[in-house]
Design a protein around this ligand. Structure first.
Ligand code: AHR
Length: 628
């Protein structure tokens, strides 16, 4: 027999094995409610990691806009010296504010039309530029300079795609605003940079150079519309902010010090984040809250609890100012304009208080050296919040505590698909008398930069478990949410949504979340499965008002799962089936092939009595079944 024939026969045999089907049964009684499903179950968790804000959802196009000088110069900036122009550059200790006390000084001794000198900014792995679009910018400057030409320039051709001339004059610092519009005859791309040049001799200092494209809801200092739209699809109910490790910082002085992230950008000093880069803090406390407002969701405010990642911590009397910071922060979020911090929020442009029901105290305090002091830190912060705002907030502890009676405990899980499959029953037998559970970070971690289909199967299995236990699990948020997929941008592999400056895509896990969150009832109903594989998972929730059963079927095995669906209370007829499937667990979406794995909608007939149905191998399905 020829080699090729053997290969064909082996393939056929393998096909027979992998397509063999196990037969099982699902029995559901939609008239029997088991538990209620939390209305806040699915939410979002973010932090400044993987260039999630700078170079991510925060739409600023200029990288290192505050011209921070490192050992290797001004990162993301370069000098422009066209033709025989002459320029020297100096870093000077004179800036437009106390927060930004330095600037770059350009001494241009020779320049003319065609021989310009100045600066260029490469953006966060390029700058996305689209036709017929207005870009709004500003910078701070002082000096004798005449006109500055600000231009968006194609990296490939050098052609100017938009420009503005900004006259600079005066010995005092001033903010200059400009806007520039692209024309219609070029293809959108992220292969562009920004230039600020002078066609005449000049002595000028520059600081805080900013450029924004149109933003979601046209918010000044706002977010990227494409990423915000992707988040709306996830139907979230809350945003856990500002992080994770990003809340704590490596050192106390590098925590998310919210008071240094509010007000005009020029008054924000920026800070070193724990993920090895400087945060510009354009995404400050108010911007986080406005992000929630734009998605019509609530913040879940995580407050600094006196512990940072290298083990630095504060206890005893030293904790008092941090407790006060927390009370001030809550007042900034919720206080009316007659309160001190509510008035500051109004000054910052948002007189209306934000809704807030959940406050989390710290992050992962069960890990590291802070474990011993967390009882004290949690209980004192909790007591201060409760005595100023009796009964108003649900307080979340990041690990079980002996003192302080948290309303919820935040459990985190970063696991493999098999570990999640094995966790399926963990919360079924959990103590219902203690605090509720918040799964504030969770993800199945296979695939990089974004999860592959194997991860989506782990996620979907886990979501069936969370839905079944949602009387206990009040809230859950996948993490991390974002990664910029350019080389060097990511610190944490396996992130839900990937992007560059001009494109974005959802991973298979993203689509699993969209499916689960868009089809979630208000209570679970009695259901059982018989004869299904150990890699088969399901959830049955009902939306009372719509009289709709959302049946989620997850076949994480590589064999099809035959089923008899026996559903009491279901109407016979055509039923919508949303299906997310991939040929293998390694299959995935990428920035260049973003649509490989996406939900597909079909219809199936549901019989009056039992209905035969096959869930293909490696498949997540949602059936929306009308009820009597
Ligand atoms: O999500 C990434 C990190 O994982 C978070 O910052 C931290 O809370 C957790 O350890």
């Amino acid at each position: 027999m020829k080699f090729g024939t053997w290969v064909a026969l082996i393939g056929l045999f393998a096909g027979v094995i992998s397509y063999a089907q196990t037969d099982g049964k699902i029995v559901i009684d939609t008239t029997k409610k088991v538990t209620s499903v939390s209305p806040n179950l699915y939410g979002l968790m973010t932090e400044e990691i993987n260039y999630s804000y700078d170079g991510g959802i925060y739409a600023e196009m200029v990288a290192n806009r505050t011209l921070r000088k490192g050992w290797d110069g001004y990162q993301h900036w370069s000098y422009v010296t066209r033709g025989d122009s002459k320029m020297t550059v100096e870093h000077v200790k004179d800036g437009p504010s106390t927060a930004l006390p330095s600037s770059i000084a350009l001494h241009i001794t020779s320049a003319s039309a065609g021989n310009e000198a100045g600066l260029a900014n490469e953006g966060y792995w390029g700058m996305a530029v689209r036709p017929l679009t207005v870009y709004q910018g500003s910078f701070y400057a002082k000096g004798i300079a005449g006109d500055a030409r600000v231009a968006l320039v194609s990296n490939e051709t050098g052609s100017v795609v938009a420009h503005a001339d900004v006259p600079i004059s005066g010995a005092a610092w001033r903010q200059y605003h400009f806007s520039m519009k692209t024309d219609g005859d070029f293809a959108p791309s992220d292969g562009n940079h920004l230039e600020i040049t002078f066609a005449q001799p000049a002595n000028v200092q520059l600081q805080l150079v900013s450029l924004f494209p149109p933003t979601y809801h046209d918010r000044p200092n706002g977010n990227r519309p494409d990423l915000m739209k992707m988040l709306t699809e996830m139907k979230p109910h809350f945003l856990r902010l500002p992080g994770g490790n990003y809340l704590e910082g490596d050192h106390i002085k590098e925590r998310f010090n919210w008071k240094e992230t509010i007000g005009p950008l020029v008054d924000r000093p920026t800070h070193q984040g724990p993920w090895n880069y400087q945060s510009m803090d354009g995404m400050g406390l108010l911007e986080f809250l406005e992000w929630c407002e734009d998605l019509n969701i609530e913040p879940l405010l995580a407050v600094y609890a006196g512990y940072s990642l290298t083990g630095e911590q504060v206890t005893g009397k030293d904790l008092d100012p941090y407790i006060q910071d927390t009370l001030d922060e809550i007042e900034y979020v919720t206080g009316d304009t007659s309160t001190m911090w509510g008035a500051v929020r109004a000054r910052d442009g948002h007189p209306t208080p934000f809704p807030l029901h959940y406050v989390e105290i710290g992050n992962e305090d069960g890990l590291g050296k802070g474990k011993k002091s967390y009882d004290e830190r949690f209980s004192r912060i909790a007591e201060a919040i409760r005595s100023k705002y009796p009964g108003r907030f649900k307080l979340i502890a990041t690990t079980p505590v002996a003192k302080g009676s948290p309303d919820l405990i935040d459990d985190h899980y970063y696991l493999s698909p098999d570990e999640f499959f094995a966790m399926d029953k963990k919360y079924d037998a959990y103590d219902r008398k203690g605090p509720k559970i918040f799964i504030g970070e969770w993800a199945t971690r296979t695939g990089s930069p974004t999860p592959n289909f194997g991860a989506a199967l782990g996620d979907a299995a886990w979501m069936t478990s969370m839905e079944r236990n949602s009387d206990l699990i009040e809230m859950a948020s996948y993490a991390p949410l974002f990664t910029n997929v350019n080389p060097g941008a990511m610190q944490w592999p396996t992130d839900l949504i990937g992007y560059t400056a001009d494109k974005a895509y959802g991973s298979p896990s993203y689509w699993a979340q969209v499916l689960f969150a868009q089809h979630l009832g208000d209570h679970t109903v009695e259901s059982k499965a018989e004869g299904v594989s150990s890699r088969f998972f399901w959830s049955a929730t009902v939306t009372t008002q719509k009289k709709l059963l959302h049946l989620k079927l997850v076949n994480a095995s590589d064999m099809p799962q035959g089923l008899t669906l026996d559903i009491k209370g279901a109407k016979a007829g055509a039923v919508a089936v949303l299906s997310l499937h991939a040929p293998t667990r390694f299959a995935t979406n990428t920035i260049d092939r973003p649509h490989q794995i996406e939900p597909v909608t079909t219809k199936m007939p549901l019989a009056k009595e039992a209905t035969k149905h096959v869930v293909p191998a490696n498949t997540i399905e949602v059936l929306d079944i009308p009820l009597f």
